[in-house]
Design a protein around this ligand. Structure first.
Ligand code: DQA
Length: 137
């Protein structure tokens, strides 16, 4: 099984960025752990701060991989184009958020990608990614 973990803007700063919300661990450290926990799955990681690069990646792997675990960061709340990209591919996408977006500012309650995703997992810290992968096995 081949799964892409895809992170959007500012998630390269995990560990340094607003640690009271997003925690102290870098994504690189967490991802190494994740690969050990799911050693039977072919897990890949891609991060970009650029909307078009995220769309290109979704197009590139969206007809061949088994799943995409996607934290679109703030683009979740703004990007019609990312929603359209997910709508246009075959690979199922799970929307993930580290924080509970529904307990935060109103603008974070809207997701332009959720209608085209298989489901959403939010609010469990980095464990949200573990839970999303588990949903496929
Ligand atoms: C986030 C929530 C978004 O609202 C925010 O813009 C992020 C991170 C999360 O993982 O909790 O960048 O997607």
């Amino acid at each position: 099984m081949k799964i892409l973990v895809l992170n959007g803007p500012n998630l390269n700063l995990l560990g340094k960025r607003e640690p009271e919300i997003y925690g102290n661990q870098s994504f690189q450290d967490y991802f190494s752990q994740l690969k050990l926990n799911f050693s039977n799955i072919d897990l890949e990681y891609y991060q970009s701060n650029i909307e078009g690069e995220l769309i290109n990646k979704i197009h590139e792997i969206g007809f061949s991989y088994d799943a995409i675990i996607f934290n679109a960061g703030a683009y979740t709340h703004t990007s019609v184009a990312l929603g359209d990209a997910i709508k246009g591919i075959d690979t199922p996408v799970i929307e993930v958020h580290i924080s509970n977006v529904h307990s935060r500012e109103d603008f974070r309650h809207t997701s332009y990608i959720a209608p085209y995703c298989k489901g959403t997992i939010a609010g469990f810290g980095l464990k949200s990614y573990d839970l999303a992968i588990q949903s496929f096995i």
